[in-house]
Design a protein around this ligand. Structure first.
Ligand SMILES: C[S@@+](CC[C@H](N)C(=O)[O-])C[C@H]1O[C@@H](n2cnc3c(N)ncnc32)[C@H](O)[C@@H]1O
Length: 239
């Protein structure tokens, strides 16, 4: 992708999330049949984050993962939730206040492609269901690897491509054909949710993504597939 195409993608993605912020949480449950909650819980167990640690949740959206991280690091720790959609952050800010974690959460309007933090700042950098949306996956992984400390972890939870081809085709049928219709019936939005499957088309599969983690200097890289590979967890450690 050249600079102009990356700019165009970022502007389009920004407009999509600005317009779906209010129903994002509801649709997340509908689209994944609620499974994303179990995937997120599993991920947190694997991360084994400790009280007092520092984390950044990149492209945090409505702050679900940010809040879970804040609860895990406790009062002595701190969490930044960063996103470029102010409407998504506003929904997140309401939830952060409701959950009573406002003291150790900072929600920041910023770009995942250029994190406004110094090298070696955080113990964890997470990104949930958002790598597909960024203009350049490698740049974002490099940025996340840059801002974690040596020994820190970069963690991505993302929709993926099932390795077993017949199952992949079945999943694609649901993702490309049924899902936008479900969105139309549920929240009367088709175009914005037709973006979701499109965002997977050129996205790397779980093996390719693991290589990109390695290219960002992360080693080892653990990979776990969920539901036969419709979603994948990648955890890379900064040496
Ligand atoms: C599908 S939502 C995921 C939200 C949240 N991480 C979650 O797990 O529910 C994708 C988010 O990525 C954000 N995003 C996409 N590109 C971004 C970028 N370049 N910089 C910052 N945020 C970005 C969008 O605004 C949106 O909130």
């Amino acid at each position: 992708m050249n600079q102009a195409q990356m700019k165009e993608k970022a502007e389009y993605v920004h407009s999509v999330f600005e317009s779906i912020a209010d129903e994002y949480d509801k649709m997340n449950n509908v689209i994944s049949f609620g499974s994303h909650v179990a995937w997120r819980n599993y991920t947190m167990k694997q991360m084994n984050i400790q009280p007092g640690q520092k984390a950044i949740d990149v492209a945090c959206g409505t702050a679900d993962w940010t809040i879970t991280l804040a609860q895990a690091v406790g009062k002595e720790g701190s969490v930044v939730g960063l996103d470029f959609s102010q409407n998504m952050l506003d929904v997140g800010a309401y939830k952060v206040a409701q959950k009573g974690v406002g003291n150790n959460v900072q929600l920041v309007n910023g770009d995942a492609m250029q994190l406004p933090y110094e090298d070696n700042t955080f113990d964890y950098a997470t990104i949930g269901f958002a790598l597909r949306n960024v203009p350049d996956v490698q740049t974002v992984l490099n940025e996340m690897a840059r801002v974690v400390k040596p020994g820190g972890k970069v963690v991505s939870l993302e929709v993926s491509k099932p390795p077993f081809i017949p199952y992949r085709k079945l999943f694609y049928f649901y993702f490309y054909n049924i899902l936008p219709l479900v969105a139309k019936w549920t929240v009367n939005k088709y175009e914005q949710y037709a973006w979701l499957p499109k965002s997977l088309t050129n996205f790397p599969d779980s093996r390719e993504l693991a290589k990109m983690f390695q290219q960002a200097g992360l080693d080892p890289v653990q990979v776990k597939l969920f539901m036969g590979g419709v979603a994948a967890l990648h955890i890379g450690t900064k040496p």
